[in-house]
Ligand binder design. Structure first.
Ligand code: HMG
Length: 387
C-alpha cells in the first residue's frame, strides 16, 4: 500500500507597506506614555502603505519571491484571503494573477472571515493538494488594519502580506490532520460596507479571542490533537503582540501545562514592527519562528488563528529538514529596515487619502520603491502596474 504524501507549507514570504510610524511618536502626539504601546500592547512600530500600495501590491510583492524560487508549475489555484477587499465582486487575486504572470489555467477566489481567512485558505489548499498531490496552491493573505484616528485602537493598526505555497513533500512545514475549530456570532469587530475603518468593541474582542482559543483547543484535543506539553513553539494571532502573550498564558492556565514565554516570544519579532496585518498576522508570526536562531528541525509548532465575528482554529505544523535552505530572514529584515520613517502628520495624511470614491478618474504616481503599484482609478475600476 502506498503511504499518503506529506502535505504542508512549501515556501512562505512576507511583504509590508513601504512606510513606518514609530509608536513612540504616536504616543507623544496623543499624550500617551510610550510604555503603554511598547509594554502594554507589545508594539514598537506600525507599517503604513504608500499612496500607490494596497492589498494587491503587497500580496504580489509577497508572492513574487516564491514564484522566483519555484516557478508556476503545478499552481492551478490562487486563494486570496483579505478583509480589506478592493471590490465587492472581483477577487483581488485576479489583479495579482495578472501582475505575477500566472497561467490562465488557474482558479482564483477571495476568502473573507476577518483575520481567519488565511487559515481557511490553508485548509482548503491542503484539501486540493490531498486530492491531487501534483497540484500546488498559492495562498496570499494581505490586509491593511485601519481604525479611527484618536481611538484606543489607533496604535494597533498595521499592514502586511504573506504568500505561501502549499504542496506535497513540503520544504517548510508538514500540517498534520487534527485541527480544532470554534465559531460564535459575536459583535466584537466588524467593518460595515459603507466604512473603510473597522468598528471594534476592544475589551469584548479580547475576551472573544480567548474564548475562541480555549474552545478551539478543546476541539483540537477531542479530534486527537497532541497535549500542550508536546508542542515546542507557539504562534498565536497577533493583533498586537501582548494579545498573543495573554493567549499563551491562558493556554497554560487552561491545560495546567507550564508554558514558558520562551516558547512564544520568537513569534513576535516581525509583528512588533509591522502591527496588525489581519489575515497575514499569524503567518508573519510563523515566518518569525522559522527565522529564529535555533534549529527547529522536527519541532512541532502550534498555530492559533482568530478572526473576529468570530472563528478560531488551532492546529500544528511539524518543521521539515532543510527548512532553512532559503535565506528568508535576511530578506524580511531588509524589507523592514528599508521602510521610510514618517511623522504622525504624514501618517494621518495617508490615513485620510484612501480612495473609496470611484466616480471620478484618479491617477496615482508610482512613488513607492516596490515593483508593484496601484496606478489609480479609471472607468470606475482599479488599475495596477508592475515596473
Ligand atoms: P486600551 O483602552 O488602550 O487598553 O485599548 P488598556 O487601557 O487596557 O491598555 C492596554 C494595556 O496597556 C493594559 O495592559 C494596560 O495595563 C497597559 P493589560 O491590562 O492588558 O495587561 N498599560 C501600560 N503598560 C505599561 N506602561 C504604561 C501603561 N498604561 C497602560 N504606562 C485595545 C487596548 C487592544 C482594546 C485597543 O487598542 C483596541 O481596541 N484594539 C483593536 C482591537 C483588538 O486588537 N483586539 C484584539 C482581539 S480581537 C482580534 O485579534 C481580531 C482582530 O485582529 C480583527 C480581525 O479578526 O479581523 C482585531
Amino acid at each position: 500500500m502506498n503511504t499518503p504524501p506529506v502535505i504542508g507549507i512549501h515556501d512562505l514570504a512576507v511583504a509590508t507597506g513601504s512606510r513606518v510610524l514609530d509608536l513612540a511618536d504616536l504616543a507623544r502626539a496623543t499624550g500617551v506614555e510610550p510604555a503603554k504601546f511598547h509594554k502594554g500592547l507589545g508594539q514598537d512600530q506600525m507599517s503604513v502603505p504608500g499612496p500607490d500600495e494596497d492589498i494587491v501590491t503587497m500580496g504580489a510583492a509577497a508572492a513574487a519571491p516564491i514564484l522566483d524560487r519555484h516557478g508556476v508549475a503545478g499552481i492551478r489555484t490562487l486563494l486570496f484571503a483579505t478583509e480589506t477587499g478592493v471590490d465587492q465582486s472581483k477577487a483581488a487575486g485576479i489583479f495579482t494573477h495578472r501582475l505575477l504572470g500566472l497561467p490562465p489555467a488557474c482558479r482564483v477566489v477571495e476568502l473573507k472571515q476577518a483575520c481567519y481567512g488565511g487559515t481557511a485558505a490553508l485548509q482548503m489548499a491542503i484539501g486540493i493538494v490531498t486530492r491531487d498531490p501534483r497540484e500546488r496552491v498559492l495562498i496570499i493573505s494581505s490586509d491593511i488594519a485601519r481604525y479611527g484616528i484618536d481611538t484606543a485602537a489607533e496604535p494597533t493598526q498595521g499592514a502586511g502580506a504573506v504568500a505561501m505555497l502549499v504542496a506535497a513533500d513540503p520544504d517548510l512545514l508538514e500540517i498534520p490532520t487534527p485541527t480544532g475549530i470554534w465559531t460564535a456570532d459575536i459583535d466584537d469587530f466588524w467593518r460595515p460596507n459603507d466604512s473603510d475603518i473597522a468598528m471594534v468593541e476592544g475589551k469584548l474582542s479580547i475576551d472573544a479571542y480567548l474564548d475562541a482559543f480555549t474552545g478551539a483547543w478543546d476541539d483540537y484535543r477531542a479530534q486527537g490533537g497532541v497535549a500542550a506539553s508536546e508542542i515546542d513553539a507557539f504562534c498565536h494571532h497577533q493583533p498586537f503582540t501582548r494579545m498573543a502573550e495573554k493567549a499563551h498564558r491562558k493556554l497554560a492556565e487552561h491545560t495546567g501545562v507550564e508554558l514558558g514565554l520562551d516558547t512564544f516570544l520568537p513569534s513576535t519579532r516581525y509583528n512588533r514592527r509591522i502591527g496588525n496585518s489581519y489575515t497575514a498576522s499569524l503567518y508573519v508570526a510563523l515566518a518569525a519562528v522559522l527565522d529564529s536562531d535555533d534549529d527547529l528541525t522536527g519541532s512541532r509548532i502550534g498555530l492559533f488563528s482568530y478572526g473576529s465575528g468570530a472563528v478560531g482554529e488551532f492546529f500544528t505544523g511539524v518543521v521539515r529538514p532543510g527548512y532553512r535552505a532559503a535565506a528568508r530572514r535576511e530578506r524580511t529584515e531588509a524589507l523592514l529596515d528599508a521602510r521610510i520613517p514618517i511623522s504622525v502628520e504624514e501618517y494621518r495624511e495617508l490615513h485620510r487619502r484612501v480612495p473609496r470614491d470611484t466616480s471620478t478618474d484618479l491617477a496615482v504616481d508610482p512613488v513607492s520603491a516596490g515593483e508593484f503599484h496601484f496606478a489609480g482609478i479609471s472607468g470606475r475600476a482599479r488599475r495596477y502596474t508592475r515596473d
